[in-house]
Design a protein around this ligand. Structure first.
Ligand code: HEC
Ligand code: CU
Length: 323
């Protein structure tokens, strides 16, 4: 509705309309009450000023109905702000299940993005329209923030952990994205463009990619190179649990709690395995903190994801002894 206003960027995602409507509501409430209060101040200033030096003010006893009115109306207006804001926030924080997952890595001062099939881009993001997209964001150095004004979504990108955000682009076109967390000298130029395409166009664009290595395949190689497969076999016979189907499942931990094996859990399991010990296993996995780059973690994660319900993927290392 307000998209004609040149003040606001285009509305190009599922969130944009609702965020703008809430913003307009906040604006109207704020302007209305600012004007009302200023008006009353000026009015009272003129009306009740002391007209001659001996004047004594009338004694006012208060009014219950008046107080009820100015308590209940602002209460309802602010609860509407809260409820409406919370519902947008919850929707934004809970990504639907069938998302297209794209990895985004921020570093001073560029964005590296990777499509699910492995195609990489720098400062460019191609996505299909009307498809739920989930960005999984990580940083190689300092805090950045991924912001697409036309989609009304942004998320901090923090070193040492993953953050995620999701949206559905509703209109094809090209939209600017920015780093919106000051991150050093070239912060201002740390941005790029999202290109939203028709799904068919997007598939064509993807298939035109120049045979870059698929992240799951790179991850499979790493899995051997780092000797992960000496403990993680395709069956539960190894020293570590089988990773088949672990991604997205609920893992029971030795302290009795449960955790959903998402990207953040896999990442932590690799970097700092002692943080959460799988029930029934010894804490003997070495920490890979400092030994693997963000990109390698991402590849390993993709590989582990690809193990969903497959019978026997990792080649068991011949040396894997039982204990
Ligand atoms: C010395 C044996 C050993 C090696 C090498 C090893 N792990 Fe592990 N891993 C374990 C054990 C034991 C556990 C279960 C106990 C725990 O949670 O720490 C585990 C747990 C995990 C989990 C959590 C699994 C679950 O079911 O929740 C992941 C993910 C994982 N390892 C990935 C890796 C990756 C990737 C590598 C290679 C970079 C690797 N591991 C190397 C022994 C090992
Ligand atoms: Cu930045």
């Amino acid at each position: 509705m307000q998209s004609q206003l040149p003040l606001l960027p285009e509305q190009a995602s599922n969130f944009a309309g609702n965020v703008d409507a809430l913003m307009l509501y906040l604006l109207i409430v704020s302007v209305f009450f600012s004007a009302l209060i200023t008006g009353v101040i000026v009015y009272c200033f003129l009306k009740f000023r002391r007209k001659h030096p001996r004047e004594i003010g009338a004694s006012i006893q208060g009014s219950v109905p008046l107080e009820a009115v100015w308590t209940v109306i602002p209460f309802l207006l602010s609860m509407l702000m809260f409820g409406w804001g919370a519902s947008i926030y919850i929707n934004y924080r809970t990504a639907p299940k069938d998302t297209l997952d794209i990895y985004v890595i921020g570093k001073q001062w560029m964005w590296k993005l990777q499509q699910p099939d492995g195609r990489r881009e720098v400062n460019e993001l191609h996505i299909p329209a009307n498809r739920s997209i989930k960005l999984i964001l990580g940083s190689e150095d300092v805090i950045h923030d991924f912001f697409v004004p036309a989609f009304r979504v942004k998320m901090d990108v923090i070193p040492g952990r993953y953050t995620t955000m999701w949206f559905r682009a509703t209109k094809t076109g090209r939209y600017h994205f920015f780093c919106s967390q000051y991150c050093g000298t070239n912060h201002a130029v740390m941005g790029g463009w999202v290109t939203v395409m028709e799904p068919a166009e997007y598939s064509a664009w993807l298939s035109g990619s120049s045979g870059e290595a698929n992240p799951a395949a790179v991850g499979a190689k790493l899995f051997e190179q780092l000797a992960c497969n000496s403990c993680h076999l395709s069956t539960d016979q190894g020293r570590g649990p089988s990773l088949n189907g672990v991604y997205g499942s609920t893992v029971k931990l030795s302290d009795g709690t449960r955790v959903v094996a998402d990207d953040a859990y896999i990442r932590e399991s690799i970097l700092n395995p002692k943080a959460k010990i799988v029930l029934g296993y010894q804490p003997l996995m070495p920490a890979f903190q400092g030994l693997v780059t963000e990109e390698q973690i991402l590849n390993l994660t993709e590989y582990i994801k690809s193990l969903q319900g497959q019978p026997a993927p990792p080649p068991p290392a011949p040396t894997a002894g039982k204990r």
